[in-house]
Design a protein around this ligand. Structure first.
Ligand code: NAD
Ligand code: UD1
Length: 336
């Protein structure tokens, strides 16, 4: 059985679908701080199976221990964490405490129950801003610009140290680039609370009429059209990478890190135009100042994940926007 922490969230719910489709039994632990349990009803609608669910805070050692006692867990995918960059600057203590305690408590409970395999949600945000593109797993890390980024960086250090101390452990660190899109059914997707921080959910709320225009954060970068370039990856591709990663963890020992992206950069205006095509409407936008901490261009070298995990992203930008729009238009208010 696979334990999925944060499994009611955006990426976690998509991972549940792919894990169930691949034949795994899934148990979800989530405290619903940024998600709805309804996402698991939708997982059931898609797959025919509802993951077992525990409304538990991963930082609560006793409650997590009970889950491990009740279920025969052999591997864990650890998505649970707070993820809003701006909020992490306002509430650093909450971010360090939640994200690092969750990882450490989880590892203590895994040790007690002799569970050796873990996949962790890391982020391209751990890379230092002064690298050349594309980013390989060897590129420089650190110099994070916000507490959220540091929690991912420090999380990676903790997992690496644990693998040094216990040679039976197997930990896979996945550094996600920019996950977007939704399951093709339109039944699960990203449901941000309040004003979206990230580009694609913002654009989709403009498309549905919840916001009147997008502000493009700078058009004077050294990129083909002057707007920021990122490596957007379809969340279903990303979810499938977790199936490969968990199988890899079950068959290897030690700590390995993989970039999970497409290797292809798209600009803000590329996204706007692809979304306009997907929804059949104009996306009004204005050009604003640059956002602090943003880089001109970020994209992945995907060779390692391709060669070792056998992972290659299948879906293009057109498909990411089409699936995002299907989710948004079928669920204008998200899961509410
Ligand atoms: P999300 O907020 O939708 O999912 C995270 C889930 O964790 C939520 O359901 C939330 O309720 C839960 N959670 C948070 N703290 C918890 C705790 N202490 N105990 C139990 N549950 C808790 O976010 P997501 O986009 O699905 O991200 C999943 C993971 O991937 C996160 O760790 C995030 O930092 C990482 N990540 C996300 C992105 C992205 O752009 N979405 C990029 C890189 C990395
Ligand atoms: C952001 C985070 C990063 C995190 C990632 C998760 C910052 C500085 N970085 O990355 O730590 O891991 O999300 O996916 O917050 N844009 C606009 N208008 C908007 C929103 C975004 O023009 O309203 C632009 C940005 O300037 C950027 C691109 O769109 O060029 C993508 O932005 P976003 O979706 O926030 O992702 P990242 O900046 O890559």
């Amino acid at each position: 059985m696979i334990l999925v922490t944060g499994g009611t969230g955006f990426i976690g719910s998509h991972a549940c679908v792919e894990l169930i489709n691949a034949g795994f039994d899934v148990v979800v632990v989530d405290n619903l701080v940024n998600s709805h349990e309804k996402s698991l009803d939708r997982v059931q609608q898609i797959t025919g199976k509802r993951p077992l669910f525990f409304n538990v805070d991963v930082c609560d050692e006793k409650a997590l221990d009970d889950v491990f006692s009740q279920c025969s867990i052999d591997s864990v995918i650890h998505f649970a964490g707070l993820k809003a960059v701006g909020e992490s600057v306002q509430k650093p203590l909450e971010y360090f405490s939640n994200n690092l305690d969750a990882s450490m408590v989880l590892c203590k409970v895994m040790r007690k129950h002799n569970v050796k395999n873990l996949v962790f949600s890391s982020s391209a945000t751990v890379y230092s801003g002064d690298n050349t593109m594309p980013l390989t797993e060897q590129s420089k890390t650190g110099n994070c610009t916000n507490p959220y980024g540091w929690t991912k960086y420090m999380g990676e250090q903790i997992f690496k140290a644990l693998c040094v101390a216990d040679s039976d452990l197997s930990i896979v660190l996945l550094r996600y680039f920019n996950p977007v899109g939704a399951h093709e059914s339109g039944l699960i997707g990203e449901d941000p609370q309040g004003i979206p921080n990230n580009l694609m959910p913002y654009v989709s709320q403009v498309a549905i009429g919840r916001r009147d225009h997008l502000t493009v954060f700078g058009d004077d970068y050294d990129t083909p059209d002057g707007t920021g370039v990122r490596d957007y990856i379809h969340v279903v591709d990303l979810a499938q990478a977790h199936v490969l990663a968990v199988r890899y963890a079950q068959n290897h020992k030690g700590c390995e890190v993989f970039n999970i992206g497409t290797g292809k950069g798209s600009s803000v205006l590329d996204i706007v135009h692809a979304y306009e095509k997907a929804c059949g409407k104009k996306i009004p936008y204005v050009i604003g100042p640059r956002r602090a901490g943003d880089l001109a261009t970020v994209y992945a070298d995907t060779k390692k994940a391709n060669e070792i995990l056998g992972f290659k992203a299948k879906y293009d930008l057109e498909r990411m926007c089409a699936d995002s729009w299907r989710w948004q238009s079928m669920n204008p208010k998200g899961f509410e």
